[in-house]
Write a protein that binds this ligand. Structure first.
Ligand code: IVH
Length: 672
């Protein structure tokens, strides 16, 4: 190796060490020590250096997090130890039965200690580490043979590329679950909705779809997370129990679910189950039950496995939020971008305490895949706050009168021919003047993912559109309190408030305005990027495809869509009218554009602080872009724990919220 190469190798090694350290502080320990911008700088340096010396790229380089060139297909992987499934328990009696079987098998009535933890509703994967370096990652597949998704798994920030610690096993096979948080799922779907892409039905499907991308650069953009819950064979580690294993895996750099509990008796297992059931709806990820494992590895070894499941573990499933009812009719809704979505109209049924009378059928392919017919009794499922969906028809209840569901050939709103583009699941109305699309575009423009005009939500917009008061975006800005007051349901005060809210939104950031326009393929992220790169609407009105393609992450499809949009004469007239009405989308000055150090963080305090008063602490948080909450909720991201913390501490732990002591909090605000 030449001198130059040797010194580059050393620099790279140091950079990788630093980046890996800070990534763990951020993703695994939730205790960032440096600002995002500083981290980005280190990362950038690494990328530059690796570009110059590609021969020095290693298997554990954090640069692999951004994804690799697309694959043609996934190779298969044989699991050394099969990935088993679990037997199910549905009641306390089933759990007692489980314990009795264990004691009978062991021929010993002594109490057994268990570890009980949430059963995550994601995807099981196996991660192989050789001498501490992540070298192979695979799906479960049929349990014996899975698919090689290493490049995709490398993009998941919570999966260590290199383990921490010194005495690392030569080979370690870690098992765990890849999942998507509910917040990440909502964000992803909102972004896809804005870009007129098909929505994912639930976080599990979104996680699965993201992991099975042949282009790992796409996976890298998905908010995937990972909790480790075991190893393929305990003899790979020097631990004697499940509990010790969790500690070790955490030291290696894996995230462990904060709701893992050691339960010295079956009674405590049952208690934890009730606790999980109670807090389930407040968690930011889906769980479908609890997994109970015998804690001792010695006992696990004696108990062994059956053909498909281990004897030493069982899954306690939560009662399903499912119900059956009749599919009475199908409605076809026209979305903002012309996509036609079939919606099931159901005979009302109570599921998990909520009356369900509508469920999404997604698209034509989904209806065919599930084989659903009009008049069928169907199994309906509600998961979290996701839109209810039909799981399957109940075939045994068919009487022969059920009818195939026919997709319409013409738009239900404007009667224009519908088309389905090759490779797309969606049926689409392409008439730009379609009233249903125009209404949905207006609702989007004024709504929360648009420019967010308070008081001008879906209902109000539907009314104003039907009354022909607002037919086009510029009409919004011509609204007067007088016009509103003459309509049903409007009082002077609410009318004045809306008019004021509209005026308040005349000055708006360019990114937000662009996202509100609903240009196909341009979601919030791209809109923001366009603001950063091109600065003004005037510039975008003249932009060429070539200029757009120079921006990384803008591809041909997006570039075409943007150029087509801004060169459309009716769009140009509409934008000119908006400007004439005083609407002024501006680039935000860079100071406020830069990510604030505590952005997206919500703090809650418990106990007294010694180095500063609470009001001072709150002041600092707000200045740094964070928020302070007065009560514990899902929104809280950090609990700052002073002297004599109250009951909030345990509750926050249960919710998996990051806990900071005063020193940790000081560290966070001073580092930033
Ligand atoms: S332990 C021998 N722990 O449940 C099987 N599994 O039916 C050991 N799962 O496909 C699995 N959360 O994906 C275990 N905390 C957890 C889990 C968990 C979810 C899934 C896993 C597997 C299925 C087992």
């Amino acid at each position: 190796m030449t001198k130059e190469l040797e010194s580059a190798r050393k620099r790279l090694e140091k950079l990788r060490r630093e980046i890996t350290y800070h990534a763990r502080q951020y993703y695994v320990l939730d205790q960032p020590e440096i600002a995002d911008a500083e981290y980005d700088k280190l990362f950038q340096k690494l990328l530059e250096l690796e570009e110059k010396y590609p021969e020095l790229i290693t298997d554990d380089s954090p640069s692999l997090r951004v994804g690799a060139p697309p694959l043609e297909k996934f190779e298969s992987v044989q699991h050394v130890y099969p990935m088993l499934s679990l037997e199910n328990a549905f009641s306390d009696a089933d759990l007692d039965g489980f314990e009795e079987r264990l004691q009978r098998f062991l021929n010993d009535q002594a109490p057994i200690s268990y570890v009980a933890e949430p059963k995550l509703d994601g995807l099981a994967v196996e991660l192989v580490y050789e001498n501490g370096v992540f070298t192979l990652g695979s799906t479960r597949g049929d349990g014996r043979t899975g698919e090689n998704i290493t490049v995709n798994l490398r993009t998941v920030a919570a999966i260590p590329l290199k383990l921490f610690g010194t005495d690392l096993p030569k080979r370690l096979e870690v098992r765990g679950e890849v999942f998507m948080s509910l917040e990440g799922f909502k964000r992803l779907n909102a972004e896809r909705g804005n870009a007129a892409e098909a929505l994912f039905a639930n976080p599990r499907n979104a996680a699965a779809g993201s992991l099975r991308q042949l282009d790992s650069k796409l996976t890298a953009r998905r908010p995937l997370d990972f909790y480790a819950y075991g190893v393929s064979d305990p003899s790979m580690v020097s631990c004697s129990s499940q509990r010790e294993l969790f500690k070790l895996l955490n030291e290696y750099g894996f995230k462990i679910n904060p709701l893992v509990r050691l339960c010295p008796t079956m009674e405590e297992v049952k208690e934890h189950y009730r606790h999980l059931l109670e807090i389930r709806s407040r968690l930011d990820y889906d769980i479908d039950g609890m997994v109970v494992k015998v804690d001792s590895f010695a006992l696990q070894g004696r108990l062994g496995n059956k053909a498909r499941s281990p004897r030493w573990a069982i899954a306690c499933k939560f009662p399903a939020s499912q119900g059956t009812t009749r599919l009475a009719d199908v409605d076809f809704q026209v979305g903002r971008t012309g996509v036609i979505t079939p919606v099931a109209l159901l005979e009302p049924v109570l599921i998990g305490g909520v009356t369900v009378s509508r469920a999404t059928l997604h698209n034509e392919d989904e209806i065919k895949r599930k084989g659903i017919r009009l008049g069928d009794m169907v199994l309906v499922q509600r998961a979290g706050d996701v839109i209810p969906e039909i799981v399957q028809p109940v075939l045994a209840k068919r009487n022969g009168n059920e009818q195939l569901i026919k997709m319409p050939r013409h738009c239900p709103s404007c009667s224009h021919d519908l088309i389905r583009e090759p490779g797309e699941a969606a049926l689409r109305c392409v008439n730009p003047h379609c009233p249903a699309q125009r209404l949905q575009s207006l609702i989007h423009f004024a709504g929360k993912s648009g420019i967010d005009i308070e008081g001008l939500g879906k209902k109000a917009m539907e009314q104003l559109f039907t009354e022909k008061i607002i037919e086009d975006i510029p009409d919004i800005y011509t609204l007067t309190a007088d016009k509103l007051e003459n309509l049903d349901g409007w009082a002077q005060k609410s009318a004045e408030n809306v008019v004021r809210a509209i005026a308040d939104r005349k000055e708006i950031s360019l990114g937000r305005f662009l996202a509100a326009l609903g240009i196909r393929y341009v979601g919030e992220v791209t809109a923001h990027l366009l603001e950063q790169r091109f600065h003004s609407l005037d510039r975008l009105l003249e932009i060429s495809k070539e200029e757009l393609l120079e921006v990384e992450s803008i591809g041909a499809q997006m570039a075409n869509s943007i150029v087509d949009y801004f060169s459309d004469p009716s769009v140009r007239t509409m934008l000119q009218r908006l400007m004439d009405l005083g609407v002024s989308p501006q680039r935000q000055d860079t100071a406020s554009n830069e990510k604030q150090p505590l952005e997206n963080m919500v703090f809650l305090f418990t106990g007294g602080l010694s180095s500063l008063s609470r009001s001072e602490a709150k002041e600092i948080i707000k200045k740094m872009g964070g928020q302070v909450s007065s009560s514990l909720s899902k929104k809280v991201t950090h609990l700052v724990c002073g002297d004599k913390p109250g009951s909030k501490l345990q509750k926050a732990k249960d919710l998996g919220i990051s806990i900071l002591d005063e020193k940790g909090f000081q560290g966070l605000i001073s580092k930033n």
